[in-house]
Write a protein that binds this ligand. Structure first.
Ligand SMILES: Nc1ncnc2c1ncn2[C@@H]1O[C@H](COP(=O)(O)OP(=O)(O)O)[C@@H](O)[C@H]1O
Ligand SMILES: [Mg+2]
Length: 314
């Protein structure tokens, strides 16, 4: 474009350029330049106003989107909170049910044990006495032989009934307490599974009621069954000590151990212990490493929360 052309459009003219042009055009040039400046300013203003409008529109749209996202988030948080509450309630229910199931199971076992003792154990004991009398009467050698055989069979049945009664619900647990019952349990495991178990007890009183005694006895039995069933251990140690208003029970073995969280396995044993312990505000921990044995710990408050505990007694 020529300088005249530029002049007409008012483009790219500065004072330096204008000063260089011939005198008769200077004024016209200056006026055109000012007019050009104004046009350009107007154009820029218009452009920036449009740009501003566009920005405002974009801002409005973005704000709307953010508001919508915020609303959706609020709804999602609400749904999540409700789901979490439901889950919490379900867990509470499971704990309570597990607890109640254990108590129902215990009562049922005690009932069957009592029936076994009264309805089978007693008549068997009486039969043994009567057959003993019969044996003292005059009889042939042949009869004597049969009487002896019957006596042996009755003896066996009495022994089995007693073992079954004890296994269902050891009277020693209710008559003498948790520690004597655990000692009896240890003898059973030594006799039946050849498991060498050492008990280290602090010798102090463990003031629990029958339900709690039964639960702890059942938990210790489950942990010992696990050792016999899974651990391939040569030795196990049970420690029982009262500390800071809590009973600490630890059961350790030197077996093969396991990896990962056993509590999440499909087995019911550890799950049952954990749920019940949670329900009474106790603690249950189990730690293990392959080849390094297993250590289970139970922490039970001596004073149990009545709201959690007593209300569910049958
Ligand atoms: N003392 C232990 N030694 C090795 N493995 C164990 C021991 N205790 C538990 N486990 C592992 O944890 C799992 C879960 O145990 P549990 O809940 O009692 O169920 P179950 O005994 O019916 O399998 C067991 O299957 C076993 O693999
Ligand atoms: Mg088990």
């Amino acid at each position: 474009m020529t300088w005249h052309g530029k002049l007409l459009t008012g483009m790219a003219l500065n004072k330096h350029n204008i000063k260089k042009k011939p005198g008769k055009y200077r004024k016209q040039l200056e006026q055109t330049a000012i007019a050009g400046d104004i046009t350009e300013q107007k154009h820029t203003k218009k452009k920036s106003a449009k740009h501003c409008e566009q920005l405002e529109e974009m801002l409005k749209e973005r704000t709307r989107q953010l508001r919508e996202a915020d609303e959706n988030l609020k709804i999602e948080v609400d749904i999540r909170k409700k789901a979490e509450k439901k889950l919490k309630d379900y867990r509470k229910q499971i704990r309570s049910l597990t607890s109640q199931m254990s108590l129902i199971e215990e009562n049922e076992k005690r009932r069957i044990a009592a029936e076994l003792h009264d309805c089978i154990g007693q008549p068997l004991a009486l039969s043994k006495i009567k057959i003993g009398f019969l044996n003292k009467l005059k009889h042939s050698d042949e009869t004597g032989k049969i009487i002896k055989e019957i006596l042996c069979l009755i003896e066996e049945a009495i022994k089995e009934t007693r073992t079954l009664t004890f296994e269902l619900s050891p009277p020693i647990l209710y008559e003498s307490g948790l520690v004597p019952a655990v000692k009896w349990l240890i003898d059973q495991f030594r006799y039946r599974h050849g498991l060498n178990i050492i008990l280290i007890d602090d010798g102090q009183d463990k003031p629990f009621d029958n339900n709690m005694r039964f639960f702890l006895f059942q938990a210790i039995r489950e942990l010992l069954v696990n050792i016999a069933k899974h651990a391939q251990a040569s030795k196990a140690t049970i420690k029982m000590a009262g500390k800071n208003s809590k009973l600490h029970i630890t059961i350790e073995d030197d077996g093969i151990g396991f990896s990962g969280p056993a509590v999440n396995c499909t087995g019911y044993g550890l799950f049952n212990i954990r749920e019940r312990m949670n329900h009474i505000n106790g603690v249950f921990e189990i730690r293990s490493r392959p080849g390094k044995g297993t250590r289970a710990a139970l922490l039970v408050p001596f004073k149990l929360d009545k709201k959690l505990y007593k209300k569910e007694l049958p």
